[in-house]
Design a protein. Structure first.
Length: 134
């Protein structure tokens, strides 16, 4: 037996996310967030809006330094709501500044935030969210 990638009746949206099947899994994107030394929200756990908040995320986070061509980072990370983000792997080009991930919020909404050690970066995020929150 094979498991279909997209179930019949799947919901597909162009509002920065794609929900699959019964909304227990979704693909989220956020593009062009400007991140500097103050924490900026890069993922909101209520996306998509409503009762379909995700519980766990696999994240691909890429940032490019605005004032220096070729300076960038790519982080592969795991985030479970209510827990600390875990960076599983990181690749850098031309010594990007340090990064600090944090969370903000509570039971109804939780945001994943990023602050840079210095300078301003354009950050793009792709997140696979799984498991609806209860």
């Amino acid at each position: 037996d094979t498991i279909p990638l997209i179930k019949a009746g799947s919901n597909i949206s162009v509002n920065n996310y794609i929900s699959l099947g019964d909304n227990d899994m979704a693909l989220h994107t956020q593009t062009n967030a400007s991140v500097s030394t103050s924490a900026v929200t890069i993922l909101n756990s209520t996306t998509p809006v409503g009762n379909n908040r995700r519980h766990a995320y696999l994240l691909l986070i890429h940032g490019t330094k605005n004032s220096a061509t070729g300076t960038s980072f790519t982080d592969l990370a795991l985030w479970v709501r209510g827990q600390t983000i875990v960076v599983v792997s990181s690749q850098a080009e031309a010594s990007p500044d340090t990064r600090t991930y944090s969370t903000f919020g509570g039971a109804s909404v939780e945001e994943l935030q990023l602050a840079m050690g210095a300078n301003t970066y354009t950050v793009r995020v792709v997140a696979i969210g799984a498991g609806s929150s209860l």
